[in-house]
Ligand binder design. Sequence first.
Ligand SMILES: [Zn+2]
Length: 222
Amino acid sequence: MEKEAEKLKREGWVVKGESTGRCNYGVKNKGETSRFVKTKMEEQIRSILRSIGEDPDREGLLKTPSRVVESLIFLTRGYDSDPEKVINEALFTENYEEMIVQKDIDFFSLCEHHLLPFFGKAHVAYIPHHKIVGISKLARLVDVYARRLQVQERLTSQIASTIMEKLQPLGAAVVIEAEHLCMRMRGVEKQNSLVITSTLLGVFRTRQDTRAEFMNLIRQRS
Ligand SMILES: [Zn+2]
């Protein structure tokens, strides 16, 4: 491993001073992907284009590598955000102990197995215990985890457990309904099928009435 790190350093993959969540080799400096790394990525996309039988030098494809790189960086920008910070930025003390639900949060993610999109709606709820978080932060939290390479199951549980950990509520619940293009485009599963995952923690797990209330709330179509 050490050898690998040395090799990457020699090749210029290590940007001085910064290491980020993205990888151990600090491809980013102050949240910016370095020009060096972008150039490397563009070369790789060019070579993929060649590998699929395309001519990366034909007019329509000339700017494709740099566009793909920019879009990939955008689609994985969640690696640059710290979920803990997102919550801590808007944490308030409040003696409110009723269910807070934000439903129908649109999200877009990339499946880590095929790098193809999966997207849909996330429904997030918690029952506070002394601490509440600014409501927009729930959607932000979904985004921070969705904009990474993901599997739907992990995305669901990461959102719920971050809320549980940082807010210490009586309970937290997340339900995600998503379409996976890797299934639809490759025709391996039933077309138009939705994958539904849920993580229920605290009172959402232990109290049937709480769980039912949450499920009812998210089922009501606006
Ligand atoms: Zn997939």
